[in-house]
Design a protein around this ligand. Structure first.
Ligand code: ADQ
Length: 722
C-alpha cells in the first residue's frame, strides 16, 4: 500500500486528543494510521524568524511535520489572502472580498515555502493529498521542484461560478495552479460543474463528463466527493449523552419547551443574523410559540483578527439582545447564545434533545452539522431545517429546505417543523439516517484515495503534456545551428491567441519583429500556413519576405513578390445552399458570424453565449452532415468554428508544394500548429521533420508547448541572443 501524505493548513497533533479534533481530523488520522504516513502543515504557531525546515514528531506509524509562520506571512497568507479574499469570494460574497496584490504574493510565497519544506520528505510512491483553499498552489509548487508523485487536492468550500470567480484578479493563475493536481475533489456536482465551466469557457480547455479535463497544458481528473462525518462515533456519543449529568441539567432547564439547536463557527457564511431574524418573526407572527420554544445557538468565534468577523459578532449580540429584550419572560429566555465550543459528547447530547436542527448557511461547501444532527437521532425524531445553499442539501432532500434570505419563509419553516406530525418526522429522519449511514467519512477518505491511486498509473509525467523546458531548449539550440531551416507556421491559436472576431487578430509589433529576426538569419525560410482568407494575411504580413498560404492552401503566395495562385478544379457549387444554412444559424445565435472565403465557408460562434453557441453548432453540424454526405466537401470542426471546404484542399497540400520547390540538401523542417487542420500539415511532413503542437489537443506532434506565448518564446530562442 502506498504511503499517504496529507497536507493541510492546520493539523491535529497527536497530543490534541478527544473533543478538540473534529471528525475530519479523526478520519485523517485513522487513514494515516492504517497506511502509515505523514501529515504536513502549519503548526499554528507564529514566530519572528521561523525555521525553514519542519519540526518532526513521530507517533507510531505517523509522522507529523509542522512549520511555524512569521507574523508577516500569517497576515498575508492566512488572514489576508485565504480568509479575506478566497473565503468571501468562494462563498459568493463579492462585497466582502478585499483583493490586495501583496497578500496574493504572500499566499504564493507561503505555498512555495511549504512545498520546499515538504518535497525532501516525500518518497517516490507516496500519494499526496492537499486540503483546502489555503493551499491551492501547493501542488504546482511541488511540480516546480520536480516532484513526480500523484498529488490530489480537495476543496472543502464551494467552487464559485465563472462569473464570480473572474472577479478575482489573477484568477487564471490560481486556476492554472489548481490544474497542476492529478485529482481535484469538490464537495458537490454543482462545484464540479462550476469548475468544468471555467475550464471550458474561460480557460478554453476541455472537460469530459467522466471528470477528465485538460487545461493550461495539463490533463487531470476532477470529481465530486461529498464529505461526511464519523457517523458511528456520533451515534455512540448520542447514546452516552442520554444518561450524562450535563444532559440532565440541560433537559431540566428546558422545562418541557421545544429546543431549536444551531451549532456553527461564528462566520458570516453561516447565515446567523437571518436565523435570528426569522426567530424574531416566528415569535411575532405565531404567538402560540412564545414561551414554548428556546433557540440555542452555539457559535464559537473564529478569525477574530479579521474585521468582518468582529462586526458580525457585534451584530449577533445586538440581535440576540433585541429579541430577548422583546419576548423574554422572567422564567424564559428565547435565545440562548453561547460563544464557546463544546466536546463532541455534549454536542451530541444537544442534537439529541432538540426538536429542530437549524442549518441555514447563506453558502456552505457541505456543512457537517447537518449530518451530525441526523447521526445523533437514533430515536428517528427531530426535524432538520436546511438551507438550499449548503452542499449537504444535495444529499438531504428529506430535510425541510429553505432559502435563508427569505426571512418570512424561514419563520414559516420553523413553525412547520414545530408542528410537524410525528409520523412525517419519522419518515423524513429515517431516510436521512439511512443515507448518512451508508456514506461516512471513512468511505469518503477511502474513495478519494482510491480515485487518486487510479489516475494515470505512470505517475505525473503522463499528465504533463507540454515538453519540459530543457528539451525545448535543446531543440532550439539544434535549430539555431542548423544550416538551413524551413518553418511552416500556422497563425491563429499558434502565433496569436484567438481574438473575439477574425479581423481582430492582427500581428503585434513583437511578432513582426520575430519574423524579421528569423528570416534575417542565413538559411531560414518561413511559410505561414493558415485557414484564413488571403486578404488579411496579405494586409498583415504581405510586406515580409515570407511565403503565405490562405484557406488551408487553396491560395498560395510562394515568394514575397510572387502572385497568389489558386488551386485548380475546385468545386464550389455547394456554397449557396450552405450559406443559407449558415445565415439561418447566425440569425438564431446572437454573436455568431459567417466568414466567406473563396472556396469555403466558416461559421464562427466565439462571441455567442457558450451554451447556446455549442447547442446551435451541434444542430448545424448534424444538418450539414445530413445534407452534404457524399458531397464534394469536407466538414471541419475547429475552436468554436465549423467550416465547410472542398474535399482535397488541406494544409498537407501546402507541404507538398513547398517541398517540391526545395533544392538539395534538405533543410531542417519544423511545423507548428494548434488544431486539427494542422494535423494535415504534420502528417504530410517527411519523417525527420519536427512537429510542435500548441495547446493540449490530441496530436501526432512530438513536441508540445502550451500557448501561443510559449510558441513565440520558443521561436525567439531559435533566433538566439542578438
Ligand atoms: P466549516 O465551515 O468549519 O467547515 P462545518 O462543516 O459545519 O463548517 O463544520 C464545523 C464543525 O465544527 C462541525 O464538525 C461541528 O460539530 C464543529 N463545531 C461547530 N461549532 C462547534 C462548537 N461550538 N463546539 C464544538 N464543535 C463545534 C468547512 C466548510 C464546510 C465543510 C467542512 C468539511 O466550510 O462546508 O462541510 O469544511 O469539509
Amino acid at each position: 500500500m502506498a504511503r499517504l501524505v496529507i497536507v493541510s493548513n492546520r493539523i491535529a497533533l497527536p497530543r490534541e486528543r478527544g473533543g478538540a479534533a473534529g471528525g475530519l481530523a479523526v478520519a485523517m488520522r485513522d487513514a494515516l494510521r492504517r497506511s502509515g504516513g505523514l501529515w504536513f502543515g502549519w503548526s499554528g504557531e507564529l514566530s519572528d524568524a521561523p525555521a525553514s525546515a519542519p519540526q518532526i514528531v513521530t507517533a507510531g506509524k505517523v509522522v507529523y511535520a509542522t512549520l511555524d509562520l512569521s507574523h508577516a506571512d500569517h497576515r498575508a497568507y492566512y488572514l489576508g489572502y485565504a480568509n479575506s479574499v478566497l473565503w468571501p469570494l468562494f462563498h459568493y460574497r463579492l462585497g466582502l472580498f478585499e483583493f490586495r496584490r501583496d497578500t496574493f504574493e504572500g499566499y504564493l510565497r507561503v505555498n512555495a515555502a511549504f512545498a520546499a519544506a515538504l518535497a525532501p520528505l516525500l518518497q517516490p510512491d507516496d500519494l499526496v493529498w492537499v486540503h483546502d483553499y489555503h493551499l491551492i498552489p501547493l501542488g504546482a509548487e511541488l511540480r516546480k521542484l520536480g516532484v513526480q508523485n500523484r498529488i490530489g487536492f480537495f476543496l472543502h468550500i464551494p467552487f464559485p461560478t465563472t462569473e464570480v470567480l473572474t472577479a478575482l484578479p489573477g484568477h487564471e493563475k490560481l486556476v492554472e495552479s489548481l490544474c497542476a493536481y492529478d485529482l481535484i475533489g469538490f464537495q458537490t456536482p454543482n462545484d464540479l460543474r462550476a469548475f468544468t465551466d471555467y475550464v471550458v469557457n474561460e480557460a478554453r480547455g476541455e472537460a469530459a463528463s467522466d471528470g477528465t479535463f485538460a487545461a493550461f497544458g495539463r490533463r487531470g481528473r476532477a470529481g465530486a466527493f461529498p464529505i461526511s462525518i464519523d457517523t458511528d462515533g456520533f451515534a455512540r456519543a448520542a447514546e452516552h449523552a442520554a444518561g450524562a449529568p450535563d444532559m440532565k441539567r440541560m433537559s431540566e432547564s428546558l422545562v418541557g419547551r421545544a429546543l431549536i439547536i444551531g451549532v456553527d463557527r461564528l462566520d458570516y457564511s453561516k447565515g446567523l443574523p437571518h436565523r435570528f431574524e426569522a426567530f424574531d418573526r416566528l415569535m411575532e407572527r405565531w404567538r402560540e410559540h412564545r414561551s414554548r420554544v428556546t433557540l440555542m445557538q452555539v457559535a464559537p468565534p473564529t478569525r477574530g483578527q479579521v474585521a468582518q468577523y468582529r462586526a458580525l459578532r457585534r451584530e449577533l449580540e445586538g440581535l440576540a439582545g433585541h429579541v430577548n429584550g422583546k419576548y423574554a419572560e422572567f422564567d424564559w429566555v428565547p435565545i440562548r447564545y453561547l460563544n464557546r465550543t463544546f466536546s463532541r459528547n455534549t454536542l451530541a447530547g444537544f442534537y439529541r434533545l432538540a426538536r429542530i436542527g437549524l442549518v441555514t448557511p447563506l453558502r456552505d461547501g457541505m456543512n457537517l452539522v447537518a449530518k451530525e444532527f441526523v447521526a445523533c437521532r437514533p430515536d428517528e425524531d427531530g426535524v432538520l431545517v436546511l438551507s438550499e445553499f449548503a452542499g449537504a442539501a444535495v444529499e438531504m432532500g428529506e430535510a425541510l429546505q429553505v432559502n435563508p434570505y427569505d426571512i418570512e419563509a424561514m419563520a414559516q419553516s420553523y413553525d412547520d417543523a414545530l408542528t410537524m406530525p410525528e409520523e412525517e418526522r419519522r419518515v423524513r429522519m429515517r431516510a436521512l439516517r439511512q443515507r448518512i449511514a451508508a456514506r461516512d467519512v471513512h468511505h469518503w477518505v477511502q474513495s478519494f484515495i482510491e480515485a487518486l491511486g487510479a489516475v494515470h498509473g505512470e505517475g505525473a509525467e503522463a499528465a504533463t503534456i507540454v515538453t519540459p523546458p530543457e528539451d525545448l531548449d535543446g531543440l532550439a539550440a539544434r535549430l539555431r545551428s542548423a544550416e538551413r531551416l524551413l518553418l511552416l507556421l500556422d497563425y491563429d491559436g499558434t502565433l496569436v491567441p484567438f481574438a473575439r472576431a477574425p479581423d481582430l487578430a492582427a500581428p503585434d509589433r513583437p511578432l513582426r519583429d520575430l519574423f524579421t529576426a528569423l528570416v534575417a538569419k542565413p538559411g531560414v525560410r518561413i511559410h505561414v500556413v493558415s485557414g484564413r482568407r488571403r486578404e488579411p494575411l496579405e494586409r498583415w504580413l504581405g510586406d515580409l519576405p515570407i511565403g503565405l498560404h490562405a484557406e488551408h492552401g487553396y491560395w498560395s503566395r510562394m515568394a514575397p513578390d510572387g502572385p497568389w495562385v489558386a488551386m485548380q478544379d475546385v468545386n464550389v457549387a455547394w456554397k449557396p445552399a450552405v450559406r443559407r444554412l449558415f445565415d439561418q444559424a447566425t440569425a438564431a445565435t446572437p454573436g455568431a458570424l459567417v466568414e466567406e472565403k473563396t472556396a469555403s465557408l466558416a461559421w464562427h460562434w466565439r462571441m455567442a453565449e457558450p451554451e447556446l453557441g455549442a447547442a446551435r453548432a451541434d444542430e448545424l453540424w448534424r444538418r450539414l452532415e445530413h445534407d452534404l454526405r457524399d458531397g464534394p466537401v469536407e466538414l471541419l470542426r475547429g475552436e468554436k468554428v465549423i467550416e465547410v471546404r472542398p474535399r482535397g484542399v488541406n494544409k498537407g497540400r501546402v507541404v507538398e508544394r513547398v517541398l517540391a520547390q526545395l533544392e538539395a540538401p534538405m533543410p531542417t523542417i519544423v511545423a507548428m500548429g494548434d488544431d486539427g487542420t494542422d494535423e494535415d500539415t504534420f502528417r504530410a511532413l517527411p519523417p525527420e521533420a519536427i512537429a510542435i503542437g500548441v495547446g493540449y489537443r490530441a496530436s501526432v506532434a512530438r513536441y508540445r508547448v502550451a500557448t501561443p506565448r510559449a510558441a513565440r518564446a520558443f521561436l525567439a530562442n531559435v533566433v538566439g541572443k542578438p
